[in-house]
Design a protein around this ligand. Structure first.
Ligand code: AMP
Ligand code: MG
Length: 405
């Protein structure tokens, strides 16, 4: 089965979690908007100055220059945040701050840099301004009644700002899934505990929990289980309170790999083995009515299969239909000579050389080598049975950066 076929099968089981919920603005960050947002007001709500300077009538300054300054009488000062009962007429100016309401009669602002205050209440204008210069008109950004945001948008930082601007304190968003994480393996010891001979530290639980957070979900960490069918079955039942269940390890063809047996017996095994490297032994099915992923135990395989199969499900459950990562075609920086009969997801860096961006794979690509993830910003996607490749050859690259900003 190809990665695309597996994704299609897995996503055919996935729908957004209903109903949406109302949350505060910061909680909304990274979630998907579940309502259209209409502005109740004009933005800006009043015509105001975009500069510190002097509110004037543009016509008064049509001949102004530094050689031929125009003298205006200063009627007062207008600060931001205060109503403006002021008005001016020919020959007059108000000192005005950025964001302060324009006085009636004024049609432009000359910035401070082009003026010179002389004596009491007099200012010299050293340059002409055109009508509307340095003025933000009421409603020029957003008009009252205008739809500013559409349901389905991912709420990134600027959208949080726009929601606040149009007066929203709470907003309807789709829910985020909870992801239960169960590591399997007799060899696992928790970080902080002593390593006995033959044991290794459980890293997958933490890597997968962090990846779940980055994808927008809420991880639920369950204690790891040894390789016994009973313990695995019992822990998976505990995991069934979550929206998605992940296990790591025990899904291959080893003598103690019980995950698939438990899945088949207590749920349904929908797919096993995908034509990819790393991550081939990945399994997917429904368990206790939830999507279940049996991720391989090798730390790199666990994260690559999370990226390709679990992250899309998390995004879809949050109603983000843009779950695909950005794929670019980039030139290789160095030769890449590995050829495989499976599609190879190669941990890589991006490098800039001169004006060009290149993809630069790490040397060690073994699926147990975690150090090649450090600094990896992308997975280079090498098609099955292709290569070797030379510097400059173009290859598809999945960008891993920028979940939500
Ligand atoms: P498995 O898929 O159970 O055959 O495990 C494959 C490899 O991944 C073995 O070398 C395991 O020791 C290792 N492994 C399994 N689970 C974890 C884990 N939670 N953290 C780190 N390494 C693991
Ligand atoms: Mg194992």
């Amino acid at each position: 089965m190809t990665v695309e076929e597996a994704q299609k099968r897995i996503l055919s089981h996935t729908v957004p979690i209903m109903p949406p919920e109302s949350v505060g603005l910061l909680e909304a960050w990274g979630r998907v908007l579940a309502e259209n947002i209409v502005s109740p007001d004009d933005i800006p709500g009043f015509t105001n100055s975009s500069m510190d300077g002097f509110a004037v009538l543009a016509n008064d300054l049509s001949q102004a220059s530094s050689a031929n300054p125009v003298t205006l009488r200063i009627k007062g000062t207008i600060a931001a945040g205060h109503p403006s009962p002021h008005s001016l007429t020919h020959g007059e100016a108000y000192k005005i701050m950025t964001g302060a309401p324009l006085p009636e009669g004024a049609d432009a602002v000359i910035q401070s840099e082009w003026t010179q205050i002389t004596g009491e209440n007099l200012v010299l204008a050293l340059s002409p301004v055109h009508p509307g210069q340095n003025v933000r008109r009421r409603g020029q950004d957003i008009q009252q009644g205008e739809q500013v945001l559409q349901a389905g948008s991912v709420i990134k930082s600027p959208i949080v700002g726009i929601l606040a601007t149009v007066g929203r304190k709470n907003v309807m968003v789709y829910r985020k899934p909870t992801v239960a994480i169960v590591a399997t393996g007799d060899e696992l010891v928790e970080p902080g505990e002593e390593l006995e001979p033959g044991k290794i530290r459980n890293s997958n639980t933490f890597a997968l929990a962090a990846a779940s957070l980055a994808a927008g979900a809420d991880p639920i960490i369950l204690p790891p289980v040894p390789d016994t069918r009973e313990m695995i079955s019992q822990r998976f039942r505990q995991a069934a309170s979550a929206d998605i269940i992940l296990s790591s390890g025990g899904v291959s063809i080893g003598d103690f790999d019980w995950v698939k047996n438990v899945l088949s017996a207590e749920g349904s095994l929908e797919l096993w083995r995908v034509n990819m490297k790393p991550g081939k032994p990945v399994a997917f099915g429904m368990l206790h009515n939830r999507p279940f992923f049996g991720l391989p135990g090798n730390p790199v395989s666990a994260l690559v299969t999370f990226e390709l199969f679990v992250r899309p499900v998390i995004r879809m459950m949050m109603a983000d239909d843009q779950w695909q990562r950005t794929i670019l075609r980039l030139p290789l920086y160095e030769p890449f000579s590995e050829v495989h009969d499976r599609r190879h997801y190669v941990r890589s860096r991006l490098v800039q050389d001169g004006d060009n961006l290149y993809i630069w794979p790490y040397k060690k690509q073994d699926s147990a080598v975690q150090s090649s993830w450090i600094g990896a910003e992308a997975l280079m996607v090498v098609p099955e049975n292709s290569g070797p490749y030379q510097p400059g050859d173009l290859l598809p690259v999945m960008l891993l950066t920028g979940d939500v900003s």
